[in-house]
Ligand binder design. Structure first.
Ligand SMILES: [Zn+2]
Length: 463
């Protein structure tokens, strides 16, 4: 059920009350919604094979009704850097998020340390409504003309796993702050075995016996699966509860499973023997992670308004890790630091119908996403953004000729100098590293803690 779109008047009132900026805002023409679903690490070759096998029906919709192709990226290909470029249209040197951790403080980057506005700031300032869930480098949640659910990168907490997630009790996780209570029922915690384990088992067959190494790989899977289930459920709630001009969400299963389980996906690429037993247990995990992402994508597509433009994209692809291919007990066996291309897909009335072009050259690159989103929102593109080349955005070949012809690109001056000054990264609370570590270790798939999970399951079964 959809409620009425915020009127232009309400949007302008909200704008002035929230941001209090003195710049005049021209009346906005309504636009059809834009929904962006980022899925970290989706590789064009792996996805192509799954499409051929008919195992990913939601991705298949992009082939059947729109375009699904490659998206160029840049090196070193670190997720927080690339996702921030996707959100700002600018280079790492300009936006300042040049790694996972800020060199000076050793702390993970936080939203206050970003030097330039993100598209959720720009669209809000221009009077568009925005919902954003789980995107990289969004904690603490910034005030926007809509709703923001910030993710916080766990590596801050104990340098254990390099993916952000939502937390049940974290200050400044949402804007507005009252949104925290509203989304709480949708959060799935990695260490809540009772809730997570059956959901995981539906997607991944988990062997009964796991040694420490394999237990750790499954623990990391549990962590990211819980994050994706939470983010998808919160995003679904947002799509159900209001129609917003721009909705953005971030999922990560294919990336983490690619890093951890590539050895079983491509055992011949490894310089050690992958046992037949492991192959039988984990050989399909990478495919299953795409299939689970496809299931979540399908649930969100079902909630998207008919006139929406839906964009799916990944920040990079994945391949064998050239460093750890000799180390049987390494944590990672898949890698992407060398700018392995990702994917871009589009669906909706403005989508060009090119079908599956995953085997062709890149449709465009990560710098061209933010300008295209601004254009789709009928907003001018800042003149210094490098995704515009010769007055055009090359990536827009995934949109219809007709729409491009009737919507000339407008440019705006560089106003980055007016943006709030960047400040040093900060951590949510003192002791949050220890809290994360306890939380992570109690997930229960690690060899030593597995018994606790089984006991809990047996108790529940006996009730
Ligand atoms: Zn990534």
């Amino acid at each position: 059920m959809k409620i009425m779109k915020l009127s232009v008047l309400a949007a302008v009132v909200a704008l002035f009350s929230l941001f209090g900026c003195g710049t005049s805002v021209a009346p906005l023409t309504p636009v059809s919604p834009v929904v962006v679903i980022g899925i970290d690490g989706v590789d064009p070759v792996v996805l192509g094979e799954l499409l051929e096998a008919g195992r990913v029906p939601a991705f298949q919709r992009f082939v059947d009704e729109g375009t699904l192709g490659r998206l160029g990226t840049f090196a070193p290909t670190w997720s927080p850097v690339i996702w921030t470029t996707i959100a700002t249209g600018q280079s790492a040197a300009a936006h300042g998020v040049d790694d996972f951790l800020e060199k000076k403080s050793g702390k993970p980057f936080t939203s206050n340390s970003r030097r330039v506005p993100a598209i959720w700031n720009l669209a809000s300032d221009a009077g568009r409504t925005v919902d954003c869930v789980g995107w990289w480098i969004t904690w603490p949640a910034e005030p926007i003309n809509g709703r923001l659910v910030a993710s916080y990168a766990a590596q801050a907490q104990a340098k254990i796993i390099w993916k952000p997630t939502l937390w049940k009790e974290m200050e400044e996780q949402t804007f507005p702050s009252a949104l925290a209570n509203e989304i709480e029922p949708f959060l799935v915690l990695a260490n809540d075995a009772e809730e997570l384990r059956p959901k995981m088992r539906r997607a991944f067959p988990i062997p009964d016996q796991l040694d420490a190494h394999r237990g750790r790989l499954v623990n990391d899977l549990a962590w990211v699966h819980a994050a994706d289930l939470s983010i998808a459920a919160v995003t679904g709630h947002m799509l159900d509860s209001a129609q917003t001009d721009l909705t953005m969400a971030y999922l990560a299963l294919p990336d983490v499973v690619g890093h951890r389980f590539w050895r079983y996906h491509a055992p011949d690429d490894m310089h050690y023997d992958v046992s037949a037993e492991d192959q039988a247990a984990f050989g399909d995990y990478l495919a299953l992670s795409y299939i689970e992402a496809d299931r979540l994508l399908g649930e969100l597509l079902a909630k998207v308004p008919e006139d929406a433009t839906v964009i799916i994209l990944s920040d990079h692809g994945m391949h064998v890790d050239p460093i750890t291919m000799y180390e049987e007990l390494a944590l990672t066996s898949g890698a992407h630091e060398d700018a392995a291309p990702g994917i871009i897909g589009v669906l909706g009335p403005k989508a060009a119908k090119q079908g599956n072009v995953l085997k062709q050259t890149d449709r465009g690159d990560v710098y061209q996403v933010a300008p295209m989103l601004m254009h789709l929102l009928d907003l001018p593109v800042p003149e210094h953004w490098r995704g515009v080349q010769g007055g055009r955005i090359p990536l827009e070949r995934i949109l219809t000729e007709e729409w491009r012809a009737t919507h000339p690109l407008r440019r705006s001056p560089n106003t980055d100098g007016d943006y709030r000054p960047a400040t040093a990264p900060r951590v949510p609370t003192a002791g949050s590293s220890e809290a994360f570590k306890d939380n992570f270790e109690s997930i229960g798939y690690l060899g030593g803690n597995k018994q606790q999970v089984e006991d809990a399951e047996a108790e529940r079964a006996a009730e």
